[in-house]
Design a protein around this ligand. Structure first.
Ligand SMILES: Cc1ncc(COP(=O)(O)O)c(C=O)c1O
Length: 448
């Protein structure tokens, strides 16, 4: 339908906003008071109403090196002049093979083979399909059940929401995949509030729960367990020390694949290439997206252990070995951006810098303890979650207001209900951390 108002006008009367149905956004509230980013550079966004906003959320956990990084911009411009698109089925282009090698070099053990997709959601669904198909090819076709975790987020595909554990993302969408169990989330705010890093609590009760689920269904029916290293979208909740290691041991003992979703923890957020390296764990499949190419073009991937890849190659000796893939898998522009991103990460010591900044960041965010309504603060690497008390009968309202006040103070963070999150650009310095925390503090103080 034709619009009779002009872009740039920004009130609800201006119907040029009306046709776009925004994802995961309160559309009506946004269109009444839009926040439109027109440009970005480095650590900042520039809005249509002339404001400069410090990006303390790396876009959406994406732009770990900041915006319009010159090396990434140059690589993308050069790619456009060279090859715009090449079919991902039955054809390839050199950069995507090169990228797979660059990615696999950053993962431990024999995590070697990379399947490219276009988002974290696709990466999660791809990983779940690989797990189920792998067992079938190994002659264990009864292993179809999946185990996720309460408060987990694995994107919005039917696979991802089935194993995911965020209630609003599930409850509207019917019966989801059958045969899914969920582990308890290993964080109890009542006893662990204001933990720094991984809480130092006993993980064995959580392993006992997993053993109980396995005993109930029998291991021969279970394909995979999928978890995030820390629950990012759920509000930055960090599992206890040794959790992932023990999960690896228990899953391995029962022949169950362990899938670790590194869509936000990958590529530096933990001060390491990925969380599995940081925790010294070798899962069977790891999913990734976002920071893989600094969010410049949609891209995701699932990396699998060589034995999984070899099983597909050996058991399907002719023709297509895995009946799965996307038109835009390994898109040349995404690949060029990813190669430039990975090169910039190495040249600019991004993982080391993030690791060095993390203790300062931890101190800074925990200085918010004692501010109005703050009931918990958590952090890991360069990620932090701050929870404010919910108002009676209006869960999420206070968090939304703190987010808006912080934005008015010139800093973009993120709110998921009453959980607020900070994910600074990994190359920021102490000054930007201070600016973020002070804007947040003012935001908290401005909200009753
Ligand atoms: C752990 C995790 N998995 C999957 C996704 C979904 O990624 P996408 O939005 O690219 O589909 C996200 C997004 O934030 C995520 O945090």
């Amino acid at each position: 339908m034709a619009s009779d108002t002009q872009p740039g006008q920004s009130t609800i009367e201006n119907d040029w906003l009306k046709s776009y149905w925004m994802p995961f956004t309160p559309n009506k509230a946004f269109k009444a008071a839009p926040r439109l980013y027109e440009r970005a550079d480095g650590f900042h966004y520039h809005t249509s109403d002339g404001r400069k906003i410090l990006d303390a959320f790396s876009g959406l956990w994406c732009c770990n090196l900041g915006h319009r990084h010159p090396k990434i911009v140059d690589a993308m411009k050069a790619q456009i002049d060279e090859l715009d698109y090449s079919s991902a089925f039955n054809f390839g282009h050199p950069k995507i093979f090169e990228l797979a090698n660059v990615i696999s070099a950053q993962f431990p053990g024999d995590l070697d083979n990379v399947f490219f997709v276009n988002s974290g959601s696709e990466a999660a669904d791809t990983a779940l399909k690989i797990a189920i198909a792998y067992h079938r090819l190994k002659g264990e076709g009864t292993r179809t059940r999946l185990i996720g975790r309460v408060n987990g987020y694995h994107g919005v595909g039917f696979g991802g929401i089935s194993v995911g554990g965020m209630v609003n993302n599930r409850k509207f969408f019917g019966s989801l995949l059958p045969g899914v169990d969920h582990l308890t989330f290993p964080y109890d705010m009542a006893t662990q509030a204001f933990s720094r890093g991984e809480p130092d609590i006993d993980v064995e009760p959580f392993m006992k729960e997993l053993e109980g689920i396995i005993a109930l269904h029998d291991a021969s029916t279970i394909a995979a367990v999928i978890v995030e290293p820390f629950a990012g979208s759920g509000g930055v909740f960090v599992p206890p020390k040794k959790y992932l290691k023990r999960l690896r041991e228990v899953t391995k003992k029962h022949g169950i694949l362990l899938i670790v979703d590194e869509v936000i923890s990958g590529f530096g957020r933990m001060g390491a290439a990925n969380a599995v390296t940081h925790y010294g764990v070798e899962p069977d499949i790891v999913t990734m997206a976002k920071g893989i190419n600094n969010g410049a073009v949609p891209m995701g991937a699932a990396i699998v252990r060589k034995e999984i890849y070899d099983t597909f190659m050996d058991e399907m000796p002719t023709g297509v070995e895995f009946f799965h893939g996307y038109t835009y898998s390994g898109h040349p522009l995404a690949a060029a951006a990813a190669l430039a991103t990975q090169q910039a990460i190495a040249e600019e010591d991004v993982y080391d810098r993030a690791r060095e900044l993390a203790p300062y960041f931890e101190e800074a965010v925990h200085s918010l303890k004692g501010e109005p309504n703050v009931t918990d603060i958590r952090n890991v690497g360069l990620a932090a979650g701050v929870t404010v008390a919910s108002r009676d009968g209006a869960s999420g309202a206070r968090g939304g207001e703190v987010f808006l006040k912080t934005y008015e103070n010139g800093v973009a963070i993120r709110a998921n209900g009453d959980h607020l999150a900070i994910a600074p650009i990994l190359t920021m310095g102490r000054a930007e951390i201070d600016e973020t925390v002070e804007a947040f503090r003012k935001g908290l103080r401005a909200v009753a």
